[in-house]
Write a protein that binds this ligand. Structure first.
Ligand SMILES: Nc1ncnc2c1ncn2[C@@H]1O[C@H](COP(=O)(O)OP(=O)(O)OP(=O)(O)O)[C@@H](O)[C@H]1O
Length: 248
């Protein structure tokens, strides 16, 4: 299988006694929309950071479309993946255009072609009227949308997003979800995390629920719902596997 293959990831952060990842494994096929789900502290952000090469696992392996995520392939992986982190990764004192020009340059894009692409995406994400406004003046939803543009200027085959719709209004959320579906329809793969299970149920064809650093269940949301007669939606499935207990 040449999708996203995660095998036996283990990770204990420096200074922590308890491991964050305890032999986590899952696979997602190429070309789909996949959801990495789990309660607070399950290890989703850690897993995503390892997938992108930001954090190193203590052991285990990650292969993306046949390319291993290791020191020898870091540059190749950088071009395959676009990452939208949970925190806004833009310079607040720079405008959207200045930020996006900077990120485009990092990937070797320059000049008119880059500026046209930036304007195309600012338009698509409803930000054209604020193209020259500094990011600190943006609303939360506008920042999230600009954050996504920064990750797609190099046309990544895999877009990874950590809670892209957390804390945004319904309008921004709809726009972001529509973009994800359209980007996927153009052939790209999407891997995203969310605590909004109704949303994950509606856009993901594959989900993996992780808890306490381990894989709990993987599958198609509708098939998982049908498999458990007492479950009528993905939230029921999630609670069935992870229980009612608080994690903090
Ligand atoms: N840099 C770090 N140093 C020490 N511990 C960390 C670090 N980053 C994360 N952790 C711990 O690892 C565990 C998993 O965190 P992680 O952020 O990966 O979970 P998550 O599933 O993304 O959670 P959430 O849904 O709350 O965002 C948590 O207990 C967290 O405190």
């Amino acid at each position: 299988m040449s999708g996203i293959v995660v095998k036996n990831l283990c990770k204990t952060y420096k200074g922590s006694i308890e491991p964050t990842l305890k032999g986590l494994s899952f696979q997602f096929r190429e070309g789909g929309i996949a959801g990495l789900l789990g309660p607070n502290g399950a290890g989703k952000t850690t897993t995503i950071s390892i997938l992108c090469g930001i954090t190193r696992a203590d052991s285990g392996s990650v292969t993306i479309f046949g390319t291993p995520q290791d020191a020898a392939h870091r540059e190749a992986i950088k071009h395959i993946i676009g990452i939208v982190p949970q925190q806004i990764a833009l310079y607040p004192q720079l405008s959207a255009v200045q930020n996006l020009t900077y990120f485009g340059n990092l990937y070797g894009f320059k000049g008119k072609a880059l500026q046209e692409k930036i304007m195309y995406y600012l338009e698509l994400f409803g930000l054209a009227h604020s193209a020259d406004k500094e990011i600190y003046k943006y609303s939360g939803g506008m920042k999230r949308r600009a954050n996504i543009i920064a990750a797609i200027l190099h046309d990544p085959r895999l877009l990874i997003l950590d809670e892209p719709t957390a804390g945004v209004d319904v309008q921004s959320r709809n726009l972001i979800l529509q973009f994800l579906k359209d980007y996927n329809a153009r052939g790209a793969s999407i891997l995203y995390t969310s605590h909004l299970l109704e949303e994950a149920q509606s856009i993901c064809e594959e989900i993996a629920i992780v808890d306490n650093g381990k894989m709990i269940v993987h599958g198609n949301p509708n098939e998982l719902i049908l498999k458990h007669s007492q479950c009528s939606n993905l939230e029921d499935v999630f609670l069935h596997y992870t229980g009612e207990a608080l994690r903090d």
